[in-house]
Design a protein around this ligand. Structure first.
Ligand SMILES: NC(=O)c1ccc[n+]([C@@H]2O[C@H](COP(=O)([O-])OP(=O)(O)OC[C@H]3O[C@@H](n4cnc5c(N)ncnc54)[C@H](O)[C@@H]3O)[C@@H](O)[C@H]2O)c1
Length: 249
């Protein structure tokens, strides 16, 4: 049990990487707050956790809303008495578009949900960790490292997540709050369902050294490492989980 007696919030916990992370954290002993805008699937995640003998609560949240993110942290303390791990994982992309065609509101939404959310998650979680320390994990993307054409807004947001991670790691190390990011490559989740319909999918899904798409559980394993004491000397880093995508061909 690598997260025994720990309490974790997982945003985006209703689906994909977030759900796999919530399930794994619970199986390693953590009590989990599943926080997501999708209530139906979020309650399903909680149900799955309970069926496995774990302890979890769902709270609906729009991660771009300061009031709602603050309320999730408050509800976590009320339910479980403390907060040790914050996974700022919820994120969205805009459809592939040249920058001149990206609607202003799409840009704002992607940046708010994928990057401002990370600021908000840390703003409200960190005060609960100052006394006893903690681990914060922010989901970035390989797109935020290498850039990706036609996805400027998403790429900017994910680069921003990596930058926020480094700055705050420097600020809070003295409080034993470790802050890291994870940069997944192409992972099979509902986010990739749209990509599957495009002709480039067979290439996209195998464009890495391992020649296959990743699974949410493989990202969750990296989340577990960063959440647990096994990574006690790791902070400010971005752990790439991409099957070798960044190596190129
Ligand atoms: N799947 C990939 O290939 C891939 C690659 C790199 C990075 N990522 C990142 O991984 C993270 C998880 O994505 P996923 O692939 O598991 O996709 P997903 O669609 O399965 O999960 C995203 C979750 O975020 C939730 N969400 C969306 N907007 C929200 C909001 N405003 N407030 C609260 N919750 C909201 C959704 O309801 C969903 O449950 C995202 O940040 C994504 O950008 C995914």
């Amino acid at each position: 049990m690598r997260l025994k007696d720990k309490v974790a919030i997982v945003t985006g916990g209703s689906s994909g990487i977030g759900r796999a992370t919530a399930l794994l954290f619970s199986s390693e002993g953590a009590q989990v707050m599943v926080a997501d805008i999708n209530e139906e699937l979020g309650r399903e995640t909680v149900q799955l956790i309970k069926e496995n003998g774990g302890d979890a609560v769902f709270q609906r949240v729009d991660v771009s809303s300061p009031e709602q993110v603050q309320a999730v942290v408050k509800a976590t303390i009320e339910n479980f008495g403390k907060l040790n791990i914050m996974v700022n994982n919820a994120g969205i992309s805009h459809g592939e578009k040249k920058i001149e065609d990206v609607p202003i509101e799409d840009w704002d939404k992607v940046v708010d949900v994928s990057m401002k959310s990370v600021f908000l998650g840390m703003k409200y979680a960190i005060p609960e960790m100052l006394e006893h320390g903690g681990s914060i994990i922010n989901t970035a993307s390989v797109a935020g490292i290498k850039g990706q054409k036609l996805l400027a807004g998403y790429t900017a947001a994910k680069s921003g997540v990596i930058a926020i991670t480094k700055s705050t790691a420097l600020e809070y190390g003295k409080h034993n709050i470790r802050i890291n990011a994870i940069a997944p490559g192409v992972i099979e989740t509902p986010i990739t369902d749209e990509w599957k319909k495009t002709p480039k999918w067979p290439i996209l899904s195998t464009a890495n050294a391992l020649r296959r798409i990743g699974q949410p559980e493989e990202v969750a394993n990296a989340m577990l490492f960063l959440a647990s004491d096994e990574s006690s000397f790791v902070t400010g880093t971005t752990l790439v989980v991409d099957g070798g995508t960044l190596l190129g061909k």
